[in-house]
Design a binder for this molecule. Structure first.
Ligand code: ADP
Ligand code: ADP
Length: 225
């Protein structure tokens, strides 16, 4: 996966510049986007996944301009927004099966195989019959990841996935992402927690007030601070 971002800016209609002239190259593996609240992480991610358009600048994914190839780009991407919530009254497996019905053309038998494979991958096979909205916070986050993986994306974009998780769940979550990135899924993860990035990401950028304040390896950032 090769993502080339040049001169990217996002100014909202109210005049607020949430992203300012960002240049970034993101390659295969796990990339961390670090920054405090309001730094522009969600704005960056929503723009990258084509939910909103940039005010200026360009994003190329595998050489394709995201504005000119939206459908192709969307098919490559799995996205887990920060405020992802679940439909009530669906069991955990039913929720994923519904996502599979929307995102794939698989027949029921193959969907169920896929659903259980994904539940296993995120450690939720044991709770497949539990109502999705009754899962713990950490489990919900893991179900969110499974949902984002349903279309076999090459790029997984996850917005602040570890916020509010206890340390044990946080480590579990990191391990799931590490395993995924070993399987050729490029991951972009935003967080305000340095530890989420230093233990898992090869490469990172730090955003501050919409600007790139640092880019390089997590070790390089820690040395600089
Ligand atoms: P982060 O994800 O790092 O917390 P955001 O991208 O959510 O940052 O927000 C960056 C800044 O842009 C914040 O000041 C936020 O209030 C503002 N912002 C986000 N979305 C909008 C919007 N739709 N309209 C106006 N301002 C916005
Ligand atoms: P985050 O927790 O990532 O900082 P925000 O609270 O900034 O997220 O944004 C949550 C939602 O509210 C987003 O959909 C964003 O577009 C919207 N939003 C945030 N700030 C503003 C704003 N100043 N004006 C309008 N919409 C905003």
């Amino acid at each position: 996966m090769n993502i080339e971002i040049r001169g990217l800016s996002k100014i909202y209609p109210n005049g607020h510049a949430a992203i300012r002239n960002v240049d970034l190259d993101i390659g295969t593996g796990m990339f961390g986007l670090l920054g405090p609240n309001g730094a522009g992480k969600s704005s960056f991610m929503r723009t990258l996944v084509t939910l909103q358009s940039a005010t200026s600048g360009s994003i190329l994914i595998e050489g394709l301009d995201i504005n000119e190839h939206r459908q192709k780009i969307r098919a490559m991407i799995g996205y887990l927004p920060q405020d992802f919530t679940f439909f009530s009254k669906l069991k955990t497996w039913e929720f994923l099966d519904y996502a599979a019905r929307l995102a794939t053309n698989l027949k029921k038998k193959d969907r169920l195989i896929k659903v259980d494979h994904l539940l296993d991958q995120v450690g939720l096979l044991d709770v497949r019959e539990r109502m999705a909205n009754k899962l713990s916070g950490g489990m919900k986050r893991r179900l969110g990841i499974a949902q984002a993986l349903i279309g076999d994306p090459k790029l997984l974009v996850i917005d602040e996935p570890t916020t509010g998780l206890d340390p044990e769940e946080r480590i579990r979550f990191r391990n799931i992402l590490s395993d995924l990135s070993q399987k050729d899924v490029t991951i972009i993860l935003s967080t305000h927690i340095v530890g989420d990035i230093s233990s898992t990401c090869h490469n990172m950028a730090m955003l501050n007030k919409g600007e790139v304040a640092f880019k390089g390896s997590p070790e390089g950032m820690i040395d600089q601070v």
